[in-house]
Structures are given as C-alpha cells and as structure tokens.
Design a protein around this ligand. Structure first.
Ligand code: NAD
Length: 288
C-alpha cells in the first residue's frame, strides 16, 4: 500500500492565509486580536516555543506581548499579571507557557485565567464545555489534529479511533473530539498491558505518548490513518515522533511526519483561537 504523507506545514500555511482575511475583517472594525504569552524562568525549549508563537502572531497581523518573569518570581506575582491581562481590552488570548518552575501550581495559575481568554483551552470551565460537547476553546494540538483529519477528508464517524496517551493537554481532549465526531474511542496509557493489541484495532491511531518510535508497523492495522503527535529531541539532536515512521510506510494509508505534521498545526490553532476570541468580543459575546 502506498502511504500518503500528510503535509502539516502546507495545511497550516493555508489555514494561516485564511486567518489573515479574518484579521483584516476585524481591522476594518477597529479590532486587532491580541495574545499575551506569560513565561516564567528560562526553560530552553519554552524559549523556542514562545519565540515561534510570537513570530507567527506577527506574520498573521496579531498584536502580541511576551511577558517574562524570572524563575525566582513567586506565584502571586504571576497571578497578579494574569489579573491585569484578564482586564486588558487589547488582549483576547492569554497563554501561560508550561512547564512552570517548581513551586508553582499550574492548576491555580490556569484557574486564574479568564475562561473567555483561555486560548489554550485548559481552564476547567473550558474543559467542562468541551466535555459537554459545547466547546468554547479547544486545546490547540488536538484541535490541529481534527483540522488535519478534516482537510484530508478522513471519515471519523463509525470508525474505531485509538488514542495513545491520556494527558489533559493532548490525549483526553483528543479522545473527546473523536468521540464527538462519532468514532468509537479507546484511550491507552502507560499501564495498558498489550499496547499493540489495542493499536492494531485502530482505523484512526493518534499517538501522544512522548516515547520515540513506540509504535511500529506490526502495531498498525493495514490501511489505518496514523497521526503522530509525539516530538522528542534525541541525543543526536534530531527530532523523533512516537511512531517508527519508516517501518509504517506501506502499512498505513496515511501518516503525519515529525517534524512537519501536527507541530505546525498547533501554532495555527493558537492563532485561530485568538482570532475567534477577538471575533466573539467584537460581537459582544466575550465576557468571562
Ligand atoms: P505527557 O507526558 O503528559 O503524557 C503522555 C501520556 O502517554 C501519558 O498519559 C502516559 O500514560 C502515556 N504513555 C507513556 N508511555 C506509554 C506507553 N508506553 N504506552 C502507552 N501510553 C504511554 O505528554 P503530552 O503532553 O501529552 O505529550 C505527548 C507527546 O506529544 C510529547 O512527545 C510531546 O512533546 C508531544 N506534543 C506535541 C505537540 C505538538 O505541537 N506537536 C504538542 C503537545 C505535545
């Protein structure tokens, strides 16, 4: 079987062009979508992620603020900054770059965000709305996966989707979105005894475990759609996904590469959530 490689870069680029039009429509009403990114400490990977997000905002015509606090800052300082941003009319989306340094409670910090500006979709109110099937902000990575699936015209309804990983950021919201689209969903985690027995039943397999090359061809059903969310930097500096890409070629019907699959979609979805937030505010539906 010829495996189609899903080009996340091209799809994300397309989506970002569409967003530029929405940003122009908002500009005509005197609104510029604004994103604030709060970073505490100097986690090297976070620095790169934040830089990429700010750059993407600039390219799409969004206003953005990068607020840096030293690792020694206390949680109340961060909470104070969040409260100011919650009230700042220029800001439609607030994101706290995770992980936070030791001593911070990510839970308390996320709960301090105004749910109407929580463009990462991590606030309990937004998690609840997603669970109820009435989402406001959907976490960017699983939302990006759903967009890839739509763009590739992959049928979800009635199919068996297996999600490997149950994090609040990727695995759980991913499973909910697939469920809402009519899939039968299995969620696996590190305690699943025979992972291959589960993954090999999947028509749609989404892997988000953070374990390089965990999934090999023998764990994939012939003709399955394989979405690889994992990104790990190996000792040689190269990036690896959770799927053994080379071995799966010829077995899967289509697959996302790493890099160039899900990664670019995540940033595109962050921009989309921020633009959507500005649209809601301008339509008078943005109160927390
Ligand atoms: P996490 O560590 O919070 O969760 C990993 C999950 O995988 C856990 O639920 C764990 O039980 C499960 N798991 C681990 N080993 C397993 C195994 N052997 N079998 C079955 N399940 C197993 O990680 P996360 O934040 O969900 O991220 C997962 C991966 O996705 C990481 O590589 C991360 O870098 C990547 N990621 C990529 C993007 C992107 O934009 N492409 C965004 C977020 C996360």
């Amino acid at each position: 079987m010829q495996t189609r490689i899903i080009d996340g870069n091209a799809i994300a680029r397309d989506l970002r062009v569409g967003l530029i039009r929405r940003v122009a429509a908002l500009a005509a009403m005197g609104v510029r979508p604004g994103l604030a990114v709060l970073q505490v400490g100097d986690h090297p990977a976070s620095r790169i992620y934040v830089r990429n997000k700010m750059k993407a905002c600039g390219e799409a015509g969004l206003y953005s603020e990068h607020i840096e606090l030293p690792a020694e800052a206390d949680e109340s300082t961060l909470l104070g900054r969040i409260r100011i941003l919650n009230q700042d009319a220029r800001i439609h989306g607030i994101l706290v770059q995770l992980p936070l340094p030791a001593g911070f409670s990510a839970e308390r910090v996320v709960e301090a965000l105004a749910p109407a500006k929580d463009v990462d979709g991590f606030h309990p109110t937004n998690v609840g709305l997603l669970t109820l099937g009435n989402p406001r902000f959907v976490p960017c990575t699983p939302l990006g996966v759903m967009r890839l699936i739509e763009r590739e015209e992959i049928d979800v309804q009635g199919r068996h989707a297996v999600v490997v990983g149950r994090s609040n950021i990727v695995g759980k919201p991913m499973a909910l979105l697939l469920l809402q689209r009519g899939a039968t969903v299995t969620i696996c985690n590190s305690r699943t005894p025979d992972l291959g027995a589960m993954t090999s039943q999947a028509d749609i397999l989404v892997v988000a475990a953070g374990r390089p090359r965990l999934v090999t061809a023998r764990m994939v059903k012939p003709g399955a759609v394989v979405i690889d969310v994992g990104i790990t930097r190996l000792a040689d500096g190269k990036l690896a996904g959770d799927v053994d890409f080379q071995s799966v070629l010829g077995t899967a019907s289509c697959i996302t590469p790493v890099p160039g699959g899900v990664g670019p979609m995540t940033i595109a979805m962050l921009l989309e959530n921020t633009v959507m937030s500005a649209e809601r505010t301008s339509a008078g539906r943005g109160s927390p």
